[in-house]
Ligand binder design. Structure first.
Ligand code: ZN
Length: 234
């Protein structure tokens, strides 16, 4: 293999390496996040929070109801236990009792609403957790295929890197350096241009016949006078 042909082969290997690396990156990203799982997880977290809030609200209202019941029992005991005799005081206690009973009615209604809300949230949370489990299971199944693909691709990449290293070791370090610098500089990552019919296929420039001849022999690095790429005439 001539130098120019070797550099061209190096470029082909680098293209394959780059493609494998890009595919591996996109697989890694696909393995890192599943939108369906993320969405279900966020929804369950939201429901858990809402359930915690509603439950502690319910607990507070239950304590209120208990205190109110005690107060009512106390007043009833005073009224019906014969502890008070004055008609004015009896009237006061009766008024107080009916106010307390009205509050109890309102509170009972509130309690009922809160219990229904807690129950509904528990049901929604249960459904959400089922959905999350299903999404995780589906993702794990999909991931199994992706992981197999990832492993195979890592193997191919390793082989490509070894082939590249073996090839580069047999080339002049200076030529490899020139190739790498050009590849880094060119937007389309093409450092070695093919010559066809005496024309650089990268920029379309017709080449002086002596240059085209040198590119054909390929034992030294020659550059396109127009685009500056290394020329290789297969
Ligand atoms: Zn050119």
């Amino acid at each position: 293999m001539s130098l120019a042909e070797s550099l061209h082969r190096l470029q082909q290997l680098d293209n394959e390496i780059q493609a494998a690396q890009m595919e591996l990156a996109s697989i890694a990203q696909a393995l890192a996040d599943s939108p369906a799982v993320q969405h279900a997880r966020a929804e369950c977290a939201r429901l858990e929070q809402a359930l915690r809030t509603a439950s502690s609200e319910l607990k507070l209202r239950e304590l209120d109801a208990q205190a109110l019941a005690e107060k009512i029992a106390h007043e009833e005991h005073r009224l019906y236990g014969g502890l008070i005799r004055s008609p004015k005081e009896i009237l006061d206690v009766e008024r107080e009792l009916s106010a307390l009973r009205r509050r109890r009615e309102a509170l009972d209604e509130e309690l009922l609403g809160l219990m229904e809300r807690v129950e509904q949230l528990q049901e929604e949370l249960q459904q959400c957790r089922n959905a999350l489990r299903q999404a995780e299971q589906r993702f794990a199944e999909d991931s199994a295929a992706l992981r197999a693909q990832q492993t195979a691709l890592q193997g191919s990449l390793q082989a490509l890197l070894e082939r590249r290293q073996a090839l580069a070791e047999h080339l002049s370090p200076y030529a490899v350096q020139q190739y790498e610098a050009l590849r880094a500089r060119k937007a389309n990552k093409v450092a070695v241009a093919l010559v066809r019919d005496g024309v650089c296929t990268q920029c379309g420039q017709g080449l002086p016949s002596q240059l085209a001849q040198q590119a054909r022999i390929g034992d030294e690095v020659v550059f396109c006078p127009n685009c500056g790429r290394i020329l290789y005439a297969p």
